[in-house]
Design a protein around this ligand. Sequence first.
Ligand code: ARG
Length: 577
Amino acid sequence: MPHPELLLRARFEAALARAFGAEYQHTDPLLRRSDRADFQVNVAMSLGKALRRPPREVAQALLAELDLSDLCVEGGIEVAGPGFINLTLRNDVLSEALSELLADTALGVPKAVTPDVCVIDYGSPNIAKEMHVGHLRSSILGDTLARVLAFRGHRVVAQNHVGDWGTPFGMLIEHLVDVRQEGRAADLDPSELGDFYRAARVKFDTDPGFADRARTRVVQLQAGDAATLALWQQFVNSSKRYMAAVFERLGVGLVDADVRGESFFNAKLGELADELQARGIAVLDDGALCVFPPGFSGREAEPLPLIVRKKDGGFGYGATDLAALRFRHEVLGGTRLLYVVGATQQQHLAMVFAVANMAGWLEPPVRAEHVSFGSVLGDDRKMLKSRSGENIRLIELLDEAVERAHAAVLEKNPDLSEDERRRVARQVGIGAVKYADLSCDRIKDYVFDWRRMVAFEGNTGPYLQYAHARIHSIFRKAGDQQAGGAIRVLAPAERALALELLAFGRAVSEVEVTLEPHKLCGYLYGLATSFSSFFEACPVLKAPPEERASRLLLCELSARTLRTGLNLLGIDAPERM
Ligand code: ARG
C-alpha cells in the first residue's frame, strides 16, 4: 500500500477532475497535517475564489465525488470552518503503512524522479590561514545538504573552492624566503600558519621594500614561474593537510579530491575574458573589463560592474567565479549549482549568476542558488571572538565542545567505560555544535551558547541522541524476545507517533527543496517528543505479548528514523550514552 498521504492526494485529484472538470485534475489539493484531525485538505478555499462559489459548497461537491471509506474512519470526514476538509485515518491504514516503512531502508523517503547533478560549493576557506568559526557554517550546512540530496537520489559533487591564489601569496612567499635566508626553519605546520600569516602581513604594511618584492612575486606567480610555484605549493600542501584534519574532526565529508580552488581556474581566465568581450557582454570601462548586468546599481543609481579583468591586467574573485560556474555545468555536468556561502557575499554571487545568465551558462535545467547564511555571534551579539578579541580557531572550539560533552556524559551515565565515554563525548560534542547551527534558520545570525547546545533538554543535539539511546536501552532490556509480530496502532499516543513517523519523507523532501536543514531538525525534535509521550502513555515491555511486539516495532521505527535523520545532519547516534 502506498503512503496514505499519496493515496489521499491521488483520490482528491481525481475527485477534483470529476467535480469541476478535467482542467482541475492537477490542482494541488493542499493536503496538510493538522491539529484538528490527522490531515486537512484546504483546496476548497482557493477554489471557491476561482469558481466564485462558497468554499463550503465546493468542499461538499468534492466530497460527493469521493469514497474514502477504505482510508478514513466512519465520521472521519468533516467540513469545518470556512471549508476545511478534516480527515481521520483508520487505524488499520496507519498500521499497514508503518509495516511498509519498517521494510523500507529509506523510511519512506522517495527517490527523486528526475535526479539532478548537484554541485555544492562549501567549506571553501582561504588557505594559508587558520580556519575559524566563520568556516563552521558553510562546512556544516554544505555537508548536510550533500547528505540529504544524495539520500533523495541525486548525484552530489562537492567542490571545496579554496582561496589559494592572489596577492596574499606574494607576501607569504617572500616571508618564507626571508625566514629561510635567516637560517630559520620555516615551520609551515598548519597550526603555525596563522602566526606566519600575521608576521608576513606586518612586514608588508611596514616595510616598503618587502611590499615591492611581494608584489613582484605575485606577478611571477601569475606568470607561472617554476620556482615561485614550488614555494606556493608548500603552502597549499600544508593547508590541505590542516583542512583535512579539521574536516575529519568535524565529521564533514570533504576530502582532498574535492579541493578545486581558485588557482585551478587561473589558466582559463584570459580566454573567458576574451570570449565575454568578443560577444559584447563585457566592455572596457576606464581600462578594466567589466560586465554591467541589468538590475544592479550603486548608491548613486550608477550601474554596478562585475569586474572581469582589472585595469592592471590581473583577474579577481569575480572572474574566477564565472570560470568556476561554467566549469561546474560544462565539465562536471551540474544541473543544480549550490553555493553555501555567507550572506555578506550575496551581491557578488547574484552578479555572477546574472552575468552567467547573460552568457547562456544557466539555461534550464541548469540553475544556480546561493545558500546564504548569517553569522555566528557571541554573547555580546557581535561576531564571535575569543576573550582576547581574536578569531576563534575552529579546532579549539571543537576541542572545547568535546571536553564539555565529556563532563556532561560523565554526569549522565557514570557507568560507561572510559573508552566508550571518550567516543560518546566526541559524538555528542561535535553533534551539539552541528545541531545548534543546523537547527537555526540559516538566513539568521545565531548566538553561540555553550550551555544550551550541550544540554540534554530542549531542541538540542544531545537531547535527540539521548532519545535514540534510550530506545536502544529498551531493546537491551527486551533481550532477544523482541523479534516478530506486526504493528497495530490503537492508542492515541500510538496514532500520534505513527503520523509523525509517516512524515519523515516529507520532512526530507522539504529540505531538498528549501535547502533549510532546520526543518529536518524541527521534525526530529517533534518525533522525539511524540516518542516520549508514547513511551509515557503506553507500557512497552510490560504489555501483553501482542501489544509488546507491536510497540517494540514502533520503538524500532522511531530509533531508525531518529538515527537516519541525525545521520543526514552529519550527527552520530550512539546506542548508549
Ligand atoms: N574563499 C571564500 C571565503 O573564504 C569563499 C568562497 C566561496 N565560494 C565561491 N565560489 N565564491 O570567503
